[in-house]
Ligand binder design. Structure first.
Ligand code: NAD
Ligand code: MG
Length: 416
């Protein structure tokens, strides 16, 4: 269960970007599937695709329940197949796409099957552990997985990275901080990287006292100061659980150990990472906070494609500020350390418990601070019950996810 030693770890090839053709000078036409097309990342991806219509063909678009939005997107982008996760929405989708020539399917199995269609790139943008099966399926079939679904790495890190290595697919991170790290580490020798620092905006409660944070409502948590994102990740950004998940994500993506990863609060969200090297040099990546920049890179890598992100004007900004994260007010951040120490299924347990906790908070069943307390409490309890183990397969991960959800639901009354 203990993580491999530093030297073992570094000997492991990191598949991030490794099989990419770095001589590619310009964007090639690509067949693309978007899993989670109606979401925040999905919509931003399709916004870019519409701006580069000659360069892409859309194979599959998926959504969970919003048949109307999915049908509109499928028609607009002339997709070959539209898949709705919820069976109950099949009729509506089929009616809306009748006569269009676009294939229609519904249900969890259809979603996984759609993800296995051979394409050049799959944008994996389903939210939460629900994205695991479809993204694993995509990893076995697509030439490239543009990975927004961080849960694949948080919950199934070692199993997912093995699946990527086995399939030979390219893995390009979409999360802005990890996209920034990919650009900053370049082709430098991994042994020369001393530290990777992820930046965090601090969320809407950055300047709130512990007492004020205790009263935070779902509406207040939904107001991210810089980024426009889906509901779940916006709450995670407010608790700083998102940064905890991103530390775990970075651990699996990049050739560093847990103690070489750190977080700095940067309220403007302009600098997305800092990569510190053995000679004292620090490389940072900057851009205005707009997901279309990292998404564009994930599609065009190692080339660049135009994105309409507002151009950075440092003179107008005047100053960039940085602060130490405060784990006393945002204890979720500290859970990354414990999760990485435990290894194995600890990530799946933490992620599942956090999903249960965020849902309960949005339903006003628990307070804002109880989200991190419940996630941490479930992890502790799972450890006490001996439930943390080394997963060999995706099914092992999904079993840990199920067990943790049951555990977290059982613990809910304690935090209500
Ligand atoms: P979102 O809630 O806006 O969209 C989620 C998409 O997944 C929707 O298309 C929805 O229909 C689909 N979906 C939801 N539940 C599903 C289920 N059970 N089965 C199949 N499909 C389902 O989410 P988002 O903010 O776009 O985030 C997507 C992923 O990207 C998350 O893992 C998130 O952590 C990550 N991410 C998002 C951002 C961002 O700016 N939004 C940034 C970095 C990483
Ligand atoms: Mg991020």
């Amino acid at each position: 269960m203990q993580k491999a030693s530093v030297s073992d770890h570094r000997a492991k090839p990191s598949p991030v970007g490794v099989t990419l053709d770095t001589t590619a000078a310009s964007l090639q036409p690509r067949r693309l599937t978007v899993l989670g097309a109606t979401g925040s990342v999905g919509s931003s991806t399709l916004d870019l695709i519409a701006r580069h219509a000659d360069a892409f063909e859309v194979e599959v678009l998926t959504a969970q329940t919003n048949a109307a939005a999915l049908a509109d997107l499928a028609l607009k982008h002339r997709a070959r197949l539209a898949v709705i996760g919820d069976d109950a929405c099949y009729r509506e989708l089929a009616d809306r796409l009748a006569g269009s020539g676009i294939e229609v399917a519904a249900g969890a199995t259809a979603l996984v099957e759609a993800a296995t269609r051979p394409v050049d790139c799959v944008m994996a943008a389903i939210v939460g552990a629900a994205g695991l099966r479809p993204t694993f399926a995509a990893a076995g079939a697509a030439r490239r997985v543009a990975l927004a679904n961080k849960e694949c790495l948080v919950s199934a890190g070692s199993v997912f990275m093995s699946a990527i290595r086995d399939s030979g697919a390219e893995l390009v991170p979409v999360d802005s901080e990890h996209s920034a790290v990919l650009q900053s580490i370049g082709s430098y020798n991994p042994n020369d990287i001393e530290r990777i620092v992820l930046t965090a905006s601090g969320g809407p409660f950055r300047t709130w006292t512990k007492e004020q944070i205790a009263t935070a409502t779902p509406e207040q948590a939904a107001r991210h100061p810089n980024w426009s994102m889906g509901r779940k990740i916006t709450v995670d950004s407010a608790t700083l659980m998102n940064k905890c998940l991103e530390l775990i994500e970075a651990y699996h993506l990049f050739p560093v150990e847990a103690d070489q990863l750190a977080v700095v609060v940067h309220p403007q969200s302009i600098v997305h990472c800092l990569v510190e090297f053995a000679d004292g040099a620090v490389l940072a990546q900057m851009a205005n906070p707009d997901m279309r920049t990292p998404i564009a890179l994930s599609l065009a890598w190692p080339a660049r494609m135009a994105a309409p992100t507002e151009r950075l004007d440092l003179i107008r900004l005047g100053s960039l500020t940085f602060e130490a994260p405060d784990e006393a007010r945002f204890p979720a951040l500290g859970l990354a350390r414990r999760t990485l120490q435990l290894g194995g299924t600890a990530g799946a347990i933490l992620n599942a418990a956090n999903e249960v906790a965020v849902e309960a908070f949005l339903e006003r069943r628990i307070s804002f601070p109880a989200i991190a307390e419940l996630a941490g409490g479930a992890l502790e309890e799972a450890e006490r019950l001996g439930q943390v183990c080394e997963p060999s397969t995706l099914d092992d991960v999904l079993e840990a996810d199920r067990e943790s959800r049951a555990l977290a639901r059982g613990l809910l009354p304690r935090y209500s």
